[in-house]
Ligand binder design. Structure first.
Ligand code: HEC
Ligand code: HEC
Length: 312
């Protein structure tokens, strides 16, 4: 009998040893790097492009990259759950060394699509990617990055290095992977197709499901509608003080948006004020730049999403 226990004990120790070894390997080898693909692209910077790019970037890039100097010089992301590590965004001003002044348009496009930087490093899902966005929308964002906007002029401030956790490194081996380049040109949806436009804005551009599904760990970046608890809310997000703010259920169930009229919806999206007058908490930021048409499209689309019963 004693002998059996001894053997089990030894096997257990061996197992612990192997797990530690695997953890050490994942920890020290870090996030895998990938091959990059050269893309020949020159985006013409026009005032229309820059304006459209700025509109998207206001909701998609500025918040995460705005540094203390009023430029997009990068900062610590206080609202990324600490289980993923200590994450810093980078300097994306036009500074040629510290910023992205020497990135080509093709390199920027490749990163925005796949998550792979020009040196082959892969950015985990804490930065948005656009596998399904229209080419023209990505060109608009690139034109904005090249524009004469003050926030993008060269900043000397270098962002600190990100320290990813073992969990992030592990997930980057088993779940978080670069996204594929589309094999054809993607065009913007026809603006007369309200549902198509709504789906495009929610899933392919503004990433509502990233925050509004069950958890970052079970989101599907390629096809957001396959995320666990798609738009049913409950993802434990953090505000800037590190307090948990669960995202709301934005399906049209009673526990979600069922009682919101289109006007209530427009108000909450544009001003951040709920029907009962309550101000929505960070990280939900009002989308003041949305046009009435875009909000009508999003509203129409959300009504078609499978309802989820969940009060958060
Ligand atoms: C949720 C936060 C977040 C959002 C939103 C975000 N980024 Fe980032 N971005 C990051 C982080 C974090 C990194 C650095 C990752 C790393 O390498 O550690 C990064 C890195 C980058 C880089 C690479 C810079 C370099 O020198 O390595 C570029 C370019 C970039 N972001 C552009 C953008 C653009 C354009 C947008 C809007 C479409 C955007 N980001 C939106 C967090 C964000
Ligand atoms: C960065 C994460 C994040 C993103 C991206 C985001 N939301 Fe939210 N949203 C939240 C959080 C958190 C709340 C709850 C805030 C609170 O409880 O005060 C919220 C609340 C809401 C509400 C209020 C519902 C209620 O509780 O009455 C609506 C409507 C909403 N979001 C719609 C959207 C839409 C549409 C998009 C995409 C265009 C979106 N959100 C993108 C985090 C996010």
């Amino acid at each position: 009998m004693k002998r059996i226990f001894k053997i089990i004990g030894m096997l257990f120790l061996a197992l612990v040893f192997i797990v530690c070894l695997a953890a050490a390997y994942v920890h020290f080898s870090g996030i895998p790097t990938y091959e990059t693909q050269k893309i020949n692209l020159v985006v013409e910077v026009t005032p229309e492009r820059v304006a459209r790019g700025q509109k998207m970037a206001t909701a998609l890039c500025i918040e995460c990259h705005m540094g203390e100097d009023g430029k997009l010089s990068g900062k610590k992301l206080l609202d990324v759950p600490t289980e993923f590590g200590e994450i810093y965004s980078r300097n994306i001003t036009q500074h040629p060394e510290i910023g992205i002044g020497n990135w080509s348009d093709g390199e920027l496009y490749y990163l925005l699509r796949t998550g792979i930087k020009k040196d082959g490093q892969y950015i985990p899902p804490y930065m948005v990617k656009f596998p399904n966005a229209a080419d023209q929308d990505l060109f608009d964002i690139i034109a904005w990055l090249r524009s004469d906007k003050l926030a993008l002029q060269p900043s000397e401030k270098e962002a600190q290095e990100t320290k990813t956790s073992l969990l992030t490194k592990f997930l980057c081996r088993v779940a978080f992977k670069p996204l594929p380049l589309p094999n054809k040109v993607i065009v913007r949806p026809d603006t007369t197709d309200l549902l198509g436009l709504g789906s495009y804005l929610v899933n392919d551009i503004y990433h509502c499901a990233d925050c509004h599904s069950a958890d970052f760990k079970t989101n599907n970046e390629m096809n957001p509608s396959l995320s666990v608890g798609y738009l049913g809310g409950g993802n434990p997000l953090l505000n800037l003080k590190g307090e948990v703010i669960k995202s709301s259920n934005i399906t049209f169930d009673e526990t979600g948006l069922a009682s919101y009229s289109i006007d209530d919806f427009k108000t909450v999206m544009l001003t951040g004020k709920r029907k009962n007058g309550e101000q929505l908490k960070y990280p939900m930021i009002p989308y003041a730049q949305f046009s009435p048409k875009e909000l009508e499209a999003i509203y129409a689309f959300l009504q078609t999403v499978p309802k989820i019963k969940s009060k958060n």
